[in-house]
Ligand binder design. Structure first.
Ligand SMILES: [Zn+2]
Length: 226
């Protein structure tokens, strides 16, 4: 089973960026993380969060959690801030661009998030300096969802439907990245022993199966579209 560490930026004494109306980055990413955690339940992936409460965790500790967990992938969630209050947009940071699957994951996040808020897609960017990217030994990316320093963005990030939408697109892109399947207990596994153009052959095969003790054997009619 694939292992994923989701890192929710800041927390505790470090509230991250703060919007003009006082909305804290640490709280917004915690809300997104909680929704994302719910959405990933039922998928065949082992998820660990660096934090699930409003608590301070150092940057080196976050990378250590990912490395110790032996995760396949590290995803950090942040909200951006700029001195120019007019700036909005989504961007995703990576350490490098050598992992094609990771590149398309990050690109997908940018496209989908920019559509939710109708904001600029600032694209995938690269940094050798961002601590959690530098110190994780696994493929990692860091999402900057939007700029909390912008009044409209701050307002949007307070709407729970938007938080849910962001969590959903992250989940959808993770499903694509890991080719995840839903693991429910209701799944039925059907065993097939043949397919025949002549109905009599099918009837005979069912009889043979039943005689061998497979009493639930039955014929399924499949329409072939040419
Ligand atoms: Zn941050």
């Amino acid at each position: 089973m694939k292992k994923l560490v989701i890192d929710l930026g800041h927390g505790g004494s470090d509230c991250g960026a703060v919007g003009q109306s006082g909305t804290r980055e640490a709280d917004v990413v915690l809300f997104i993380g909680k929704e994302l955690g719910e959405l990933l339940k039922g998928y065949d992936i082992d998820v660990k969060f660096t934090r699930t409460v409003d608590k301070f965790i150092s940057l080196s500790e976050r990378a250590k959690i990912a490395n110790d967990f032996n995760a396949d992938y590290f995803l950090s969630i942040h909200i951006n801030s700029a001195s120019d209050k007019s700036v909005r947009g989504v961007e995703v940071w990576q350490f490098g661009n050598s992992n094609a699957k990771l590149n398309s994951f990050s690109k997908g996040i940018c496209e989908d998030v920019s559509r939710i808020f109708n904001i600029r897609n600032r694209g995938v960017k690269y940094s050798k300096e961002l601590s959690v990217l530098k110190n994780t030994t696994i493929p990692a990316s860091l999402i900057e969802v939007d700029f909390i320093s912008n009044k409209e963005a701050e307002k949007d990030l307070k709407v729970s439907a938007n938080i849910k939408a962001v969590a959903l697109v992250i989940k959808n892109n993770l499903v694509k990245l890991f080719e995840l399947e839903v693991s429910t207990n209701d799944t039925l596994y059907r065993v097939c022993i043949g397919a025949y153009r002549d109905k009599n052959n099918a009837i005979n095969q069912v009889e043979t199966a039943k005689n061998k003790g497979f009493i639930d054997a039955f014929i399924l009619y499949v329409l072939i579209l040419l």
